[in-house]
Design a binder for this molecule. Structure first.
Ligand code: FES
Length: 181
């Protein structure tokens, strides 16, 4: 009888210890989510995009590096689906972007794409290559990494992550501010 009570108490302690381990693991996951790397910010730069037509890429310099602004056409937006299994990080879980841009377009508005124009492998500047049916892409000539028009990297190349998206906001319909959330 005494032994039964002793073993029941032991089981309770075991369950309690297991519960604490599970709670610790859950807190560990929450801490990881909160402390994930954040995209670059600072030195706000206003950019007028009124003259940016669909399919056109505007490159500006911000904080010593190229930032691209691409106005995607309706075909290009529609083409950003259906090949997620070919991508390294289709949900952008391990890539750098503002939280508001963690979506299939990786942008605040589907038609306007903003990204740092540096390959995430060794920093070379990828080039925009036009493709049929809106399937254009950014090709890095250094070691042939490819990114789609949302900056999502294909598994076929060595680049480990999607293109970085900086903080930005729309000041008005045709004016962006780069570096400000
Ligand atoms: S720097 Fe782009 S693939 Fe190596």
């Amino acid at each position: 009888m005494g032994n039964d009570r002793g073993s029941a108490g032991g089981r309770r302690r075991l369950y309690l210890a297991g519960g604490l381990v599970a709670l610790g693991a859950a807190l560990g996951v929450a801490r990881y989510v909160v402390t994930r790397p954040q995209p670059p910010a600072g030195s706000p730069l206003p950019v007028d995009i009124a003259g940016l037509v669909p399919g056109k890429l505007l490159a500006i310099e911000w904080k010593g590096r190229a930032v691209w602004i691409l106005r995607r056409s309706a075909d290009e937006i529609a083409a950003l689906a259906g090949y997620e299994s070919e991508l390294t990080d289709p949900q952008s879980l391990a890539s750098l972007q503002p939280d508001a841009c963690r979506n299939p377009h990786r942008s605040l508005r589907p038609e306007v794409f903003v990204a740092v124009g540096q390959c995430t492998h060794q920093g070379c500047p990828p080039q925009l290559k036009s493709g049929a049916g809106g399937r254009s892409e950014f090709l890095c000539p250094c070691h042939t990494s490819k990114f789609d028009l949302a900056g999502r990297v294909f598994r076929s190349g060595p680049a480990p992550a999607n293109l970085v998206i900086p903080e930005y906001r729309f000041e008005r319909e045709s004016r962006l501010v780069i570096g400000e959330a």
